[in-house]
Design a protein around this ligand. Structure first.
Ligand code: EPZ
Length: 417
Protein backbone atom coordinates (compact mmCIF):
# COMPACT_ATOMS: atom_id res chain seq x y z
CA UNK A 1 0.00 0.00 0.00
CA UNK A 2 1.24 3.45 -0.89
CA UNK A 3 2.51 5.78 1.81
CA UNK A 4 3.24 9.47 1.73
CA UNK A 5 6.37 10.96 3.29
CA UNK A 6 6.33 14.64 4.25
CA UNK A 7 9.35 16.56 5.55
CA UNK A 8 8.27 19.64 7.49
CA UNK A 9 9.58 23.17 7.71
CA UNK A 10 9.09 24.72 4.24
CA UNK A 11 6.76 27.73 3.76
CA UNK A 12 4.62 26.99 0.70
CA UNK A 13 4.63 29.54 -2.12
CA UNK A 14 3.16 29.74 -5.61
CA UNK A 15 -0.02 29.03 -7.55
CA UNK A 16 -2.24 25.93 -7.26
CA UNK A 17 -5.15 25.09 -9.60
CA UNK A 18 -8.24 23.60 -8.05
CA UNK A 19 -9.91 20.50 -9.55
CA UNK A 20 -13.60 19.84 -10.01
CA UNK A 21 -15.62 19.06 -6.87
CA UNK A 22 -15.84 15.35 -6.01
CA UNK A 23 -19.09 15.87 -4.10
CA UNK A 24 -20.67 17.60 -7.10
CA UNK A 25 -19.28 15.17 -9.69
CA UNK A 26 -20.65 11.99 -8.09
CA UNK A 27 -24.36 12.99 -8.06
CA UNK A 28 -23.93 14.58 -11.51
CA UNK A 29 -22.68 11.32 -13.03
CA UNK A 30 -25.47 9.39 -11.30
CA UNK A 31 -28.07 11.83 -12.68
CA UNK A 32 -27.34 10.35 -16.12
CA UNK A 33 -29.62 7.46 -15.03
CA UNK A 34 -32.58 9.84 -15.34
CA UNK A 35 -32.51 10.05 -19.17
CA UNK A 36 -31.89 7.84 -22.21
CA UNK A 37 -30.02 10.70 -23.87
CA UNK A 38 -26.33 11.66 -23.61
CA UNK A 39 -24.96 13.64 -20.67
CA UNK A 40 -21.56 15.27 -21.23
CA UNK A 41 -19.82 16.40 -18.06
CA UNK A 42 -16.70 18.55 -17.79
CA UNK A 43 -14.24 19.35 -14.98
CA UNK A 44 -14.49 15.96 -13.26
CA UNK A 45 -11.62 15.37 -10.79
CA UNK A 46 -9.51 12.29 -11.64
CA UNK A 47 -10.02 10.64 -8.24
CA UNK A 48 -10.90 7.08 -7.18
CA UNK A 49 -14.54 7.86 -6.35
CA UNK A 50 -15.11 8.95 -9.97
CA UNK A 51 -13.79 5.60 -11.19
CA UNK A 52 -15.99 3.77 -8.68
CA UNK A 53 -19.02 5.71 -9.93
CA UNK A 54 -18.20 4.84 -13.53
CA UNK A 55 -17.99 1.16 -12.50
CA UNK A 56 -21.30 1.46 -10.63
CA UNK A 57 -23.05 3.00 -13.64
CA UNK A 58 -21.66 0.29 -15.93
CA UNK A 59 -23.26 -2.26 -13.58
CA UNK A 60 -26.62 -0.88 -14.73
CA UNK A 61 -25.63 -0.94 -18.40
CA UNK A 62 -24.87 2.77 -18.67
CA UNK A 63 -22.34 3.60 -21.43
CA UNK A 64 -19.89 5.52 -19.30
CA UNK A 65 -16.80 6.94 -20.98
CA UNK A 66 -14.64 8.96 -18.56
CA UNK A 67 -11.83 10.64 -20.44
CA UNK A 68 -8.41 11.99 -19.39
CA UNK A 69 -8.67 15.73 -18.68
CA UNK A 70 -11.87 15.44 -16.69
CA UNK A 71 -14.68 14.99 -19.22
CA UNK A 72 -17.18 12.17 -19.38
CA UNK A 73 -19.86 11.04 -21.82
CA UNK A 74 -22.63 9.08 -20.11
CA UNK A 75 -25.65 7.43 -21.72
CA UNK A 76 -28.26 5.35 -19.87
CA UNK A 77 -29.96 4.26 -23.10
CA UNK A 78 -30.38 0.57 -22.25
CA UNK A 79 -30.40 0.02 -18.47
CA UNK A 80 -30.05 -3.71 -17.92
CA UNK A 81 -30.32 -3.87 -14.14
CA UNK A 82 -31.26 -1.86 -11.07
CA UNK A 83 -29.02 -3.42 -8.43
CA UNK A 84 -26.12 -1.63 -6.70
CA UNK A 85 -24.03 -4.45 -5.22
CA UNK A 86 -22.53 -4.46 -1.71
CA UNK A 87 -18.96 -4.77 -3.03
CA UNK A 88 -19.23 -1.41 -4.79
CA UNK A 89 -21.42 0.42 -2.28
CA UNK A 90 -19.15 -0.48 0.65
CA UNK A 91 -16.27 1.35 -1.11
CA UNK A 92 -18.30 4.52 -1.69
CA UNK A 93 -21.35 5.52 0.40
CA UNK A 94 -22.49 8.02 -2.22
CA UNK A 95 -23.65 5.00 -4.24
CA UNK A 96 -26.91 5.35 -2.31
CA UNK A 97 -27.65 8.23 -4.74
CA UNK A 98 -28.73 5.74 -7.42
CA UNK A 99 -31.88 4.96 -5.41
CA UNK A 100 -33.84 8.10 -6.37
CA UNK A 101 -33.04 8.10 -10.13
CA UNK A 102 -33.63 4.33 -10.57
CA UNK A 103 -36.94 4.50 -8.72
CA UNK A 104 -37.96 7.72 -10.49
CA UNK A 105 -37.28 6.42 -14.03
CA UNK A 106 -37.68 2.60 -13.75
CA UNK A 107 -39.89 2.15 -10.67
CA UNK A 108 -37.48 -0.29 -9.03
CA UNK A 109 -34.12 -0.37 -7.30
CA UNK A 110 -32.11 -2.75 -5.12
CA UNK A 111 -29.30 -0.90 -3.41
CA UNK A 112 -26.96 -2.24 -0.77
CA UNK A 113 -27.16 -0.28 2.48
CA UNK A 114 -23.88 1.65 2.84
CA UNK A 115 -23.47 0.87 6.55
CA UNK A 116 -21.39 3.01 8.90
CA UNK A 117 -17.92 4.46 8.29
CA UNK A 118 -14.96 5.83 10.30
CA UNK A 119 -16.67 9.18 10.95
CA UNK A 120 -20.10 7.97 12.03
CA UNK A 121 -23.07 5.61 11.74
CA UNK A 122 -24.38 7.59 8.75
CA UNK A 123 -27.91 6.16 8.42
CA UNK A 124 -29.99 6.72 5.25
CA UNK A 125 -33.41 6.66 6.94
CA UNK A 126 -34.27 10.16 5.67
CA UNK A 127 -33.66 9.09 2.05
CA UNK A 128 -36.00 6.11 2.48
CA UNK A 129 -38.67 7.99 4.44
CA UNK A 130 -38.78 10.64 1.70
CA UNK A 131 -39.22 8.07 -1.07
CA UNK A 132 -41.99 6.39 0.93
CA UNK A 133 -43.75 9.78 1.18
CA UNK A 134 -43.56 9.89 -2.63
CA UNK A 135 -45.43 6.60 -2.77
CA UNK A 136 -42.58 4.09 -3.05
CA UNK A 137 -42.58 0.78 -1.21
CA UNK A 138 -39.18 0.38 0.46
CA UNK A 139 -37.97 -2.39 2.70
CA UNK A 140 -34.61 -3.52 3.99
CA UNK A 141 -33.93 -7.15 3.03
CA UNK A 142 -30.58 -8.94 3.49
CA UNK A 143 -28.73 -5.64 3.80
CA UNK A 144 -30.33 -4.14 0.72
CA UNK A 145 -32.93 -1.43 0.25
CA UNK A 146 -35.55 -3.00 -2.03
CA UNK A 147 -37.70 -0.26 -3.52
CA UNK A 148 -40.68 -0.43 -5.90
CA UNK A 149 -43.08 2.15 -7.29
CA UNK A 150 -45.81 2.30 -9.91
CA UNK A 151 -44.87 5.96 -10.41
CA UNK A 152 -43.69 8.40 -7.77
CA UNK A 153 -46.03 11.21 -6.68
CA UNK A 154 -45.07 14.71 -5.58
CA UNK A 155 -44.96 15.20 -1.76
CA UNK A 156 -44.10 17.74 0.94
CA UNK A 157 -41.02 16.51 2.75
CA UNK A 158 -39.51 18.12 5.85
CA UNK A 159 -36.06 16.80 6.78
CA UNK A 160 -35.50 16.29 10.53
CA UNK A 161 -31.80 16.78 9.90
CA UNK A 162 -30.11 18.62 7.03
CA UNK A 163 -28.75 15.91 4.75
CA UNK A 164 -26.74 16.59 1.58
CA UNK A 165 -27.16 13.31 -0.30
CA UNK A 166 -30.67 12.92 1.12
CA UNK A 167 -31.64 16.22 -0.52
CA UNK A 168 -29.91 15.22 -3.77
CA UNK A 169 -31.53 11.76 -3.86
CA UNK A 170 -35.07 13.06 -3.39
CA UNK A 171 -34.51 16.01 -5.72
CA UNK A 172 -33.54 13.57 -8.50
CA UNK A 173 -36.48 11.24 -7.74
CA UNK A 174 -38.92 14.16 -7.76
CA UNK A 175 -37.85 15.30 -11.24
CA UNK A 176 -39.88 12.46 -12.83
CA UNK A 177 -42.64 12.26 -10.20
CA UNK A 178 -46.25 13.13 -10.89
CA UNK A 179 -46.90 16.59 -9.42
CA UNK A 180 -44.92 18.94 -7.19
CA UNK A 181 -42.50 18.05 -4.42
CA UNK A 182 -41.28 20.44 -1.74
CA UNK A 183 -38.13 19.69 0.25
CA UNK A 184 -38.00 21.69 3.48
CA UNK A 185 -34.95 22.05 5.75
CA UNK A 186 -33.05 20.97 2.65
CA UNK A 187 -29.27 21.08 2.37
CA UNK A 188 -28.10 24.17 0.50
CA UNK A 189 -24.51 23.12 -0.16
CA UNK A 190 -23.11 24.44 -3.48
CA UNK A 191 -22.95 20.82 -4.66
CA UNK A 192 -26.75 20.54 -4.21
CA UNK A 193 -27.30 23.73 -6.20
CA UNK A 194 -24.90 22.50 -8.88
CA UNK A 195 -26.86 19.26 -9.24
CA UNK A 196 -30.07 21.28 -9.61
CA UNK A 197 -28.31 23.33 -12.30
CA UNK A 198 -27.51 20.14 -14.21
CA UNK A 199 -31.04 18.73 -13.77
CA UNK A 200 -32.62 21.97 -15.00
CA UNK A 201 -30.30 21.81 -18.02
CA UNK A 202 -31.80 18.34 -18.61
CA UNK A 203 -35.30 19.84 -18.62
CA UNK A 204 -36.22 19.51 -14.94
CA UNK A 205 -38.26 22.21 -13.16
CA UNK A 206 -36.45 22.90 -9.90
CA UNK A 207 -36.63 26.15 -7.93
CA UNK A 208 -34.99 27.23 -4.69
CA UNK A 209 -31.89 24.98 -4.82
CA UNK A 210 -29.25 26.56 -2.61
CA UNK A 211 -31.92 27.57 -0.08
CA UNK A 212 -33.59 25.55 2.71
CA UNK A 213 -36.75 25.11 0.59
CA UNK A 214 -36.56 23.43 -2.80
CA UNK A 215 -39.60 22.85 -5.04
CA UNK A 216 -39.57 20.39 -7.92
CA UNK A 217 -42.36 20.10 -10.50
CA UNK A 218 -42.19 16.63 -12.02
CA UNK A 219 -41.89 16.23 -15.82
CA UNK A 220 -42.58 13.27 -18.14
CA UNK A 221 -38.94 12.84 -19.26
CA UNK A 222 -35.53 14.49 -19.19
CA UNK A 223 -33.11 15.08 -22.05
CA UNK A 224 -29.37 15.19 -22.60
CA UNK A 225 -27.06 18.16 -22.05
CA UNK A 226 -23.45 19.29 -21.54
CA UNK A 227 -22.55 20.59 -18.08
CA UNK A 228 -19.43 21.85 -16.27
CA UNK A 229 -18.97 20.82 -12.61
CA UNK A 230 -18.09 23.47 -9.98
CA UNK A 231 -14.58 23.61 -8.46
CA UNK A 232 -13.86 21.81 -5.18
CA UNK A 233 -14.29 24.26 -2.27
CA UNK A 234 -12.88 21.73 0.21
CA UNK A 235 -9.73 21.13 -1.84
CA UNK A 236 -9.37 24.94 -2.09
CA UNK A 237 -9.91 25.24 1.69
CA UNK A 238 -7.26 22.58 2.31
CA UNK A 239 -4.68 24.57 0.33
CA UNK A 240 -5.71 27.77 2.14
CA UNK A 241 -5.00 26.04 5.46
CA UNK A 242 -1.66 24.79 4.03
CA UNK A 243 -0.60 28.37 3.27
CA UNK A 244 -1.43 29.50 6.82
CA UNK A 245 0.05 26.54 8.72
CA UNK A 246 3.38 26.74 6.78
CA UNK A 247 3.41 30.56 7.08
CA UNK A 248 3.62 30.73 3.29
CA UNK A 249 1.66 32.44 0.51
CA UNK A 250 -0.45 30.61 -2.07
CA UNK A 251 -2.60 31.80 -4.98
CA UNK A 252 -5.51 29.39 -5.19
CA UNK A 253 -6.68 29.54 -8.82
CA UNK A 254 -9.84 28.27 -10.50
CA UNK A 255 -11.91 28.20 -7.29
CA UNK A 256 -15.25 29.79 -6.23
CA UNK A 257 -14.46 32.15 -3.32
CA UNK A 258 -18.19 32.70 -2.82
CA UNK A 259 -18.47 28.99 -1.85
CA UNK A 260 -15.72 29.37 0.77
CA UNK A 261 -16.93 32.36 2.81
CA UNK A 262 -17.10 30.66 6.23
CA UNK A 263 -13.68 29.00 5.82
CA UNK A 264 -11.96 32.18 4.59
CA UNK A 265 -13.56 34.24 7.38
CA UNK A 266 -12.37 31.72 10.02
CA UNK A 267 -8.82 31.71 8.60
CA UNK A 268 -8.76 35.52 8.42
CA UNK A 269 -9.86 35.81 12.05
CA UNK A 270 -7.12 33.29 12.88
CA UNK A 271 -4.55 35.68 11.44
CA UNK A 272 -4.37 34.90 7.71
CA UNK A 273 -4.27 37.65 5.08
CA UNK A 274 -6.84 36.88 2.42
CA UNK A 275 -7.29 38.57 -0.95
CA UNK A 276 -10.36 37.42 -2.84
CA UNK A 277 -10.49 37.57 -6.65
CA UNK A 278 -13.27 36.54 -9.08
CA UNK A 279 -12.20 32.89 -9.30
CA UNK A 280 -9.08 32.93 -7.12
CA UNK A 281 -7.98 33.60 -3.55
CA UNK A 282 -4.53 34.66 -2.31
CA UNK A 283 -3.82 33.36 1.19
CA UNK A 284 -0.82 34.62 3.15
CA UNK A 285 0.15 33.15 6.51
CA UNK A 286 2.91 35.53 7.56
CA UNK A 287 1.13 36.63 10.76
CA UNK A 288 1.12 34.59 14.00
CA UNK A 289 -1.73 32.05 14.07
CA UNK A 290 -4.48 32.92 16.55
CA UNK A 291 -6.28 30.08 18.36
CA UNK A 292 -9.98 30.40 17.57
CA UNK A 293 -12.93 28.19 18.43
CA UNK A 294 -15.11 26.78 15.66
CA UNK A 295 -18.26 24.65 15.35
CA UNK A 296 -19.10 22.74 12.21
CA UNK A 297 -22.60 23.16 10.78
CA UNK A 298 -24.35 22.63 7.42
CA UNK A 299 -23.54 25.14 4.64
CA UNK A 300 -23.17 28.13 4.66
CA UNK A 301 -21.52 27.65 8.06
CA UNK A 302 -18.05 26.14 8.66
CA UNK A 303 -17.95 22.75 6.90
CA UNK A 304 -17.27 19.48 8.70
CA UNK A 305 -15.05 18.52 5.73
CA UNK A 306 -12.59 21.25 6.81
CA UNK A 307 -12.66 20.37 10.52
CA UNK A 308 -9.63 18.04 10.50
CA UNK A 309 -7.51 20.46 8.47
CA UNK A 310 -8.46 23.28 10.86
CA UNK A 311 -7.48 21.12 13.84
CA UNK A 312 -3.99 20.70 12.40
CA UNK A 313 -3.79 24.49 12.08
CA UNK A 314 -4.91 25.06 15.68
CA UNK A 315 -2.01 22.94 16.98
CA UNK A 316 0.07 25.96 15.89
CA UNK A 317 -2.17 28.63 17.46
CA UNK A 318 -1.19 31.09 20.23
CA UNK A 319 -3.56 29.68 22.89
CA UNK A 320 -6.25 26.96 22.98
CA UNK A 321 -9.14 26.41 20.59
CA UNK A 322 -12.33 24.41 21.08
CA UNK A 323 -13.46 22.57 17.95
CA UNK A 324 -17.05 21.28 18.08
CA UNK A 325 -18.16 18.72 15.49
CA UNK A 326 -21.97 18.98 15.20
CA UNK A 327 -22.48 16.85 12.06
CA UNK A 328 -20.74 13.49 12.65
CA UNK A 329 -20.45 11.69 15.97
CA UNK A 330 -16.98 10.20 15.45
CA UNK A 331 -14.89 12.63 13.39
CA UNK A 332 -11.82 13.12 15.60
CA UNK A 333 -9.78 10.04 14.59
CA UNK A 334 -7.07 12.39 13.21
CA UNK A 335 -6.57 13.91 16.68
CA UNK A 336 -5.15 10.65 18.01
CA UNK A 337 -2.70 10.50 15.12
CA UNK A 338 -1.69 14.16 15.60
CA UNK A 339 -1.06 13.33 19.25
CA UNK A 340 1.55 10.84 18.00
CA UNK A 341 3.27 13.87 16.46
CA UNK A 342 3.25 15.70 19.79
CA UNK A 343 -0.05 17.59 19.54
CA UNK A 344 -1.95 18.26 22.80
CA UNK A 345 -5.64 17.60 22.06
CA UNK A 346 -8.30 16.63 24.62
CA UNK A 347 -11.38 14.95 23.18
CA UNK A 348 -14.64 15.19 25.10
CA UNK A 349 -17.42 13.68 22.99
CA UNK A 350 -18.00 16.05 20.04
CA UNK A 351 -15.65 18.70 21.45
CA UNK A 352 -11.90 18.81 21.07
CA UNK A 353 -9.71 21.24 22.99
CA UNK A 354 -6.58 21.89 20.92
CA UNK A 355 -3.61 23.41 22.70
CA UNK A 356 -1.57 25.67 20.43
CA UNK A 357 2.14 26.37 20.24
CA UNK A 358 3.01 22.68 19.82
CA UNK A 359 6.36 21.84 18.21
CA UNK A 360 5.26 18.79 16.23
CA UNK A 361 7.74 16.06 15.34
CA UNK A 362 7.49 13.68 12.37
CA UNK A 363 6.05 10.20 13.05
CA UNK A 364 4.35 7.23 11.39
CA UNK A 365 0.61 7.94 11.31
CA UNK A 366 -2.50 6.26 9.95
CA UNK A 367 -5.13 7.94 7.77
CA UNK A 368 -8.67 6.92 8.83
CA UNK A 369 -10.68 8.83 6.23
CA UNK A 370 -10.38 11.32 3.37
CA UNK A 371 -10.16 14.60 5.30
CA UNK A 372 -8.15 13.07 8.16
CA UNK A 373 -5.48 12.12 5.58
CA UNK A 374 -5.29 15.74 4.38
CA UNK A 375 -4.98 17.01 7.97
CA UNK A 376 -2.05 14.67 8.64
CA UNK A 377 -0.27 16.02 5.58
CA UNK A 378 -0.78 19.57 6.93
CA UNK A 379 0.60 18.53 10.33
CA UNK A 380 3.55 16.87 8.57
CA UNK A 381 4.29 20.12 6.68
CA UNK A 382 5.10 21.86 9.99
CA UNK A 383 6.57 18.92 11.93
CA UNK A 384 10.29 18.53 12.55
CA UNK A 385 11.63 15.68 10.41
CA UNK A 386 9.72 13.10 8.37
CA UNK A 387 6.09 12.05 8.74
CA UNK A 388 4.97 8.82 7.07
CA UNK A 389 1.23 8.57 6.36
CA UNK A 390 -0.20 5.10 5.85
CA UNK A 391 -3.46 4.14 4.09
CA UNK A 392 -3.34 7.05 1.65
CA UNK A 393 -5.95 5.32 -0.51
CA UNK A 394 -8.34 7.42 1.56
CA UNK A 395 -6.67 10.54 0.17
CA UNK A 396 -6.86 9.34 -3.43
CA UNK A 397 -10.60 9.00 -3.15
CA UNK A 398 -11.04 12.77 -3.10
CA UNK A 399 -7.81 14.69 -3.81
CA UNK A 400 -6.27 14.80 -7.30
CA UNK A 401 -2.50 14.24 -7.04
CA UNK A 402 -2.26 16.36 -3.87
CA UNK A 403 1.41 15.52 -3.30
CA UNK A 404 2.34 16.77 -6.80
CA UNK A 405 0.37 19.95 -6.29
CA UNK A 406 2.07 20.50 -2.91
CA UNK A 407 5.56 19.79 -4.19
CA UNK A 408 5.04 22.40 -6.95
CA UNK A 409 4.47 24.83 -4.05
CA UNK A 410 7.82 23.84 -2.52
CA UNK A 411 6.72 21.09 -0.14
CA UNK A 412 9.11 18.20 0.48
CA UNK A 413 6.64 15.41 -0.07
CA UNK A 414 6.64 12.16 -1.99
CA UNK A 415 4.53 9.07 -2.49
CA UNK A 416 6.24 5.82 -1.58
CA UNK A 417 4.71 3.11 -3.75
C1 EPZ B 1 -22.16 14.58 2.36
O1 EPZ B 1 -22.32 13.31 3.00
C2 EPZ B 1 -20.71 14.61 1.83
N1 EPZ B 1 -20.53 13.52 0.90
C3 EPZ B 1 -19.74 14.47 3.01
O2 EPZ B 1 -18.42 14.61 2.50
C4 EPZ B 1 -19.99 15.59 3.99
O3 EPZ B 1 -19.19 15.40 5.12
C5 EPZ B 1 -21.48 15.59 4.42
O4 EPZ B 1 -22.34 15.66 3.28
C6 EPZ B 1 -21.81 16.78 5.32
O5 EPZ B 1 -21.49 17.97 4.72
C7 EPZ B 1 -20.98 13.65 -0.38
O6 EPZ B 1 -21.55 14.66 -0.78
C8 EPZ B 1 -20.74 12.51 -1.31
P1 EPZ B 1 -25.37 14.04 5.37
P2 EPZ B 1 -23.78 12.80 3.40
O7 EPZ B 1 -26.45 13.14 4.91
O8 EPZ B 1 -24.78 13.32 2.45
C9 EPZ B 1 -27.38 12.39 9.38
C10 EPZ B 1 -16.14 14.11 2.23
O9 EPZ B 1 -15.20 14.16 3.04
N2 EPZ B 1 -28.31 11.65 8.51
O10 EPZ B 1 -25.49 15.48 5.02
O11 EPZ B 1 -23.69 11.33 3.59
C11 EPZ B 1 -25.95 11.89 9.28
O12 EPZ B 1 -25.71 10.79 10.10
C12 EPZ B 1 -17.48 13.52 2.67
O13 EPZ B 1 -16.07 14.51 1.05
C13 EPZ B 1 -29.33 10.90 9.10
O14 EPZ B 1 -29.46 10.85 10.31
O15 EPZ B 1 -23.97 13.49 4.83
C14 EPZ B 1 -25.14 13.12 9.69
O16 EPZ B 1 -25.05 13.18 11.07
C15 EPZ B 1 -17.43 12.92 4.03
N3 EPZ B 1 -30.17 10.21 8.28
C16 EPZ B 1 -26.00 14.27 9.15
O17 EPZ B 1 -27.31 13.75 8.92
C17 EPZ B 1 -30.06 10.25 6.90
O18 EPZ B 1 -30.86 9.61 6.20
C18 EPZ B 1 -25.48 14.89 7.85
O19 EPZ B 1 -25.17 13.85 6.94
C19 EPZ B 1 -29.02 11.02 6.34
C20 EPZ B 1 -28.16 11.73 7.16
Amino acid sequence: MDKIRVTGGVPLRGVVSISGAKNAALPAMIASLLTAETIELENLPDVIDIRTTRKLLSEFGVEADVKQGGSAVLRARRVTGCEAPYDLVKTMRASILVLGPLLGRFGRARVSLPGGCAIGSRPVNLHIEGLKKMGARCEIVHGYVEALSEGLRGANILFDTVTVTGTENLMMAACLADGETTLDNAACEPEVADLAGLLNSMGAQIEGAGTRTISIRGVKELHGCRYRIIPDRIEAGTFAAAAVITRGEIDIAGCRPDHMTAVLKQLEQAGAEIEVGKDSVRVCGKNPIRSLDVTTHPYPAFPTDMQAQYMALMTQGDGSAVITESIFENRFMHALEMARMGADIIIDGRRAVVKGGQALTGARVLASDLRASASLILAGLVAKGDTFIDRVYHLDRGYYHIEEKLSRLGAIIERIR
